[in-house]
Design a protein around this ligand. Sequence first.
Ligand code: SAM
Length: 243
Amino acid sequence: MRAHPADPYAVTATAYDLFSMSVRAEQVAALEALLPHIDTQEGPILDIGAGSGSNTTYLLEHSPEVRVLALEPSASMRSLLLSKIAAHPEWFPRVTVRPEDFFSITLPQHVAGAVLLGVFGHFDPGERAALLAELANRLPVGGGAVVDLQYPERPERIEPYEFTVAQVGELSYRGIAQGWPVDDEQMRWEMTYLTLEGERILIEDTATYVYRHPAPDTVRAEAAAVGLTLGRIGNSSYWLLTR
Ligand SMILES: C[S@@+](CC[C@H](N)C(=O)[O-])C[C@H]1O[C@@H](n2cnc3c(N)ncnc32)[C@H](O)[C@@H]1O
């Protein structure tokens, strides 16, 4: 096990796109639900906690008028994102990648929309209220943001389960997650990331973090307080916030 105390996402970033493959189709469906709410004349799309950049690059690829302001404080995640962008110089005028977290940057006055995937649980109730207010102040009427409220909807013990397996050439990549309730909103998650040659473990990394699982009704009320409406996308754990 390796420790990277300075960058909480360093372990997760070692093979992030492989370890997040199991949620990718749902993320893409959520981005597709967001795009009709985007008027690119209104400003950039804010990708908060852009991670390895899969969502930023999806938007740049699928909507030629879109501009993206991606925020990613983790150096290891940001380097994955910048590698994807470096392969597309034609995108350079349309994307900015900032190393600050959400509350450390001066936001543009107007944004066309926002992406909050895999990140909302990092904000406590006070921060959520502030974040939602900042979005509501900047989105146009009809504009939207996509957010995932990750399962379980209420904190509970989650027994270990395998969440992804990818075979790449001779090696396989396997992720195992388990979680414990901390209080009525927070959970402690332990994520184990394995790189295997057959059954032989070449790398075993573990990351532990606390993540919030606010109930949809709680978020709905927090959103309504600033004039945003929360609507579920299909019966998934992905939601649209619209103004
Ligand atoms: C689980 S990853 C999700 C990455 C990407 N959005 C995705 O869906 O694949 C969460 C990311 O949020 C970032 N993050 C955590 N707190 C943040 C904050 N306050 N502001 C901006 N980003 C933050 C982390 O550095 C991490 O890369």
